[in-house]
Design a protein around this ligand. Structure first.
Ligand code: PEP
Length: 258
């Protein structure tokens, strides 16, 4: 399946607000599995962990010389300023991150983030030399009344910057109702949304969209990864709960081994 892929997939783990220094051992096990290669090491994908901001620098240090990439979970649109408690994209880059998630549904819901702000955060990521992982996805209510494509289309139009390229931007389709619930859309539903996203991004960005990575996120685990990652236009996964334990995460990475 994956040897014919033109787009190198990305599997990114989002630790959310989980993890103390002691928990970095799990990330180090993933790092060591990638180093060792073989069976379940996700050799045909880029692999990233996005720990809480407090652990970005330490994990980046632990990851030096390995294939493990480190990302942040959010950033402010500005490079500096009177913004108590916020973190600039430049600070994440300085700490060793190479990417940052923006527009996660938990940020949209818990912090009232709207597409314009998410776009500004993605632009900040680009300014700092980071890959912006832009999340989109419909709620259960929106899905129930047939608004999935409309919502995803509106979020793409509003949150993806004009200057987005395949090198600096990843889009993650994360149906809100699938996050942390154990529920997933069918492969056919994922295929429909990802095809729609590819076409919508082509209209927005031209040929850059052809090679932009489109991740699926929402209750991905070892047992469903191969099927979900095998869907057309799915170029990897954004993983929450199952990224916290190395064995679970490596089980997902196994979808991308020779
Ligand atoms: C997420 O929050 O980005 C996510 C995909 O979570 P989970 O894998 O736990 O559903």
């Amino acid at each position: 399946m994956s040897t014919a892929r033109k787009i190198r997939p990305l599997v990114a783990g989002n630790w959310k607000m989980n993890g103390l220094k002691a928990g970095l051992g799990e990330a180090c096990k993933v790092r060591d599995a990638l180093k060792a290669g073989g069976g379940s090491a996700g050799a045909e994908a880029d692999v990233m962990i996005c720990p809480p901001a407090t652990l970005v620098a330490a994990l980046a240090q632990d990851a030096v010389g390995s294939r493990l990439l480190v990302g942040g979970q959010d950033c402010h649109a500005k490079a500096s300023g009177a913004n108590t408690g916020d973190i600039a994209a430049e600070m994440l880059a300085d700490a060793g991150a190479t990417a940052v998630i923006v527009g996660h549904s938990e940020r949209r819901m818990d912090h009232g983030e709207l597409d314009a702000e998410i776009r500004a955060k993605a632009e900040a990521a680009h300014r700092a030399g980071l890959i912006a992982i832009i999340c989109v996805g419909e709620t259960a209510g929106e899905r129930a009344i047939g608004l999935t494509l409309q919502v995803v289309g509106r979020q793409l139009a509003g949150a993806v910057p004009k200057g987005a390229t395949a090198a600096n931007t990843v889009v993650a389709y994360e149906p809100v109702w699938a996050i942390g619930t154990g529920l997933t859309p069918t492969a056919a539903d994922v295929a429909q949304v990802h095809q729609f996203m590819r076409e919508a991004l082509s209209k927005q960005l031209g040929s850059e969209a052809n090679s932009m990575r489109l991740l699926y996120g929402g209750s991905v685990k070892a047992s469903n990864a191969k099927e979900l990652m095998g869907v057309a236009n799915v170029d990897g996964a954004l993983v929450g709960g199952a990224s916290l334990k190395a064995d679970d995460f490596c089980g997902i990475l196994a979808a991308y081994c020779k």
